[in-house]
Design a binder for this molecule. Structure first.
Ligand SMILES: C[C@@H]1N[C@@H](C(=O)NCc2ccccc2)[C@H](O)[C@@H]1O
Length: 450
């Protein structure tokens, strides 16, 4: 092991109650909202073909012109309670909210910047409204914060000159001030979701970032900070020079999902996902593939089956209303979650191999196993391969506990589950009661000799 002053300070999962709760969330909501929602991916009738929240970086718009959007920010349709109620019915158990994105506009009245809601016609503290409304619905709040701040005169992508380094020292102080301000103003926030930390300038600040993380954790015991915040003294990010995860969970799953358990290295993790292929902020033209509710439910089940959380992004419009397509998805997902949440909340990796019909999840701290089924074969019978020594004592439909399913053993540890109904239009859950240490019933079929 390489001796590191600013690598990981802890190895393996956190075991405290706050993190145990985080681990069991299953489904979360991301909200990207800021000045970028006003142009919505378009400027002077021309479409910006990047992600809508990056439109300030487009050379199609002078920075000063973009920044003057502050004078147009007056979201009359903004209703944090309506957002929180929609998230509640969807079944989200935490929300990650953009306090400041790469453009540098602050959704709270920061005293360290003029470029905030306080200087807009709207004036009011949006972060406070969101934190209070979601907290009232029992949904935990994580604050998203972009270190990269294109609007700040002292921000640098990299430090090339003495002047750059003097400026960036000021920027580091500014960043620390804003983070301490957020933790002080919004003590209900359970964590910080850092972004914009890949710049060469920030990657060189191992000691500063390490000290800042320590200071934030001391100010807010139990605070949850992911692996994207800081680099170690060799510039290694997410995993330090010894390959150990920095922070409390892996934050690398952005618009992608692991396929097998080995890819998560025994760490906690969350996957953050857009509804279109790559739009986080509101984009008028939702081009390309828009994910359906069933696709998003499958992503949720896949993440939970591999021990992670699935965080679905919403991009409210410039007026503060959430677009109808997103509200419809939240409703459809919520309808399914109301029936099947038992297989998602406080569940994790079951330890079984992946199978064609869908995903296994297991209730944390129990032997209760769930099959979240997305693919029923034409035969209408699900082939189930269990590890040796696993006996199925009971199988039934979660949505109708009276509908028992008799597992037909076809081979040692292989079963067919014949379903009453074949044409399922929605994913569904089968509950498996397994006796882990059941005697390993000798198979009645001898193995083929090859
Ligand atoms: C959560 C998303 N992260 C922001 C972003 O800049 N992603 C682009 C990116 C993704 C992964 C590594 C570097 C850069 C996007 O704008 C969203 O805020």
């Amino acid at each position: 092991k390489i001796l590191l002053a600013h690598g990981a300070h802890r190895e393996g999962k956190r075991t405290d109650a706050v993190m145990e709760k985080w681990r069991g969330y299953g489904l979360g909501q991301f909200i990207h909202w800021g000045l970028y929602a006003i142009p919505g991916g378009e400027w002077n009738g021309k479409q910006y073909n990047g992600a809508a929240e990056w439109i300030r970086s487009w050379n199609g718009i002078p920075n000063a012109t973009y920044d003057s959007l502050i004078y147009k920010f007056n979201p009359t349709a903004f209703d944090a309670t309506a957002w929180a109620k929609s998230a509640k019915q969807m079944g989200a158990r935490y929300v990650t909210f953009t306090t400041k994105h790469h453009d540098g506009f602050c959704m709270w009245p920061s005293k360290y910047s003029k470029y905030t809601v306080a200087a807009s016609p709207y004036k009011k503290d949006i972060v406070k409204a969101v934190v209070d409304a979601y907290d009232k619905e029992g949904i935990d709040v994580i604050l998203y914060f972009s270190v990269m701040d294109w609007s700040h005169p002292d921000w640098r992508y990299e430090i090339k000159t003495k002047e750059d380094s003097v400026a960036f020292e000021r920027f580091k102080k500014f960043t620390r001030n804003q983070l301490i301000e957020l933790l002080t103003n919004y003590p209900k926030a359970k964590g910080l979701w850092f972004d914009g930390t890949w710049d060469k300038s920030w990657v060189k600040q191992a000691a500063f970032a390490d000290d800042l993380e320590t200071e934030m954790r001391k100010l807010r015991p139990g605070l949850i900070i992911g692996s994207r915040f800081r680099a170690d003294e060799n510039g290694k990010r997410h995993f330090d020079s010894n390959g150990v995860l920095m922070g409390d969970y892996e934050q690398g799953w952005e618009r992608k999902i692991p396929n097998k358990i080995e890819e998560v290295h025994g760490n906690d993790w969350d996957c953050v996902m857009t509804v279109p292929e790559n739009q986080w902020g509101y984009n008028k033209a939702w081009n390309g593939h828009i994910k359906s509710a069933n696709e998003l439910l499958e992503m949720t089940a896949k993440c939970v089956s591999l021990g992670g959380n699935f965080v679905l992004n919403f991009g409210p419009q410039g007026d503060g209303a959430i677009r109808q397509e997103e509200l419809n998805l939240a409703t459809k997902i919520g309808d399914w979650m109301k029936l099947n949440q038992e297989a998602i909340y406080n569940c994790g990796y079951a330890g079984y191999e992946k199978q064609d019909w869908g995903y296994f999840t297991k209730k944390t701290g129990s032997d209760q196993v769930y099959m979240v089924v997305f693919n029923v074969p034409v035969s209408g019978a699900l082939r189930l391969k269990m590890p040796a020594k696993t006996k199925i004592s009971k199988a039934y439909m979660l949505a109708d506990r009276e509908e028992k399913i008799l597992p037909e053993e076809i081979n040692s540890n292989e079963y067919f589950l014949k379903l009453k109904k074949k044409d399922h239009q929605e994913p569904f859950v089968i509950v498996l009661e397994t006796g882990k240490n059941a005697e390993n019933k000798e198979s009645i079929y001898e193995k083929a000799k090859t």
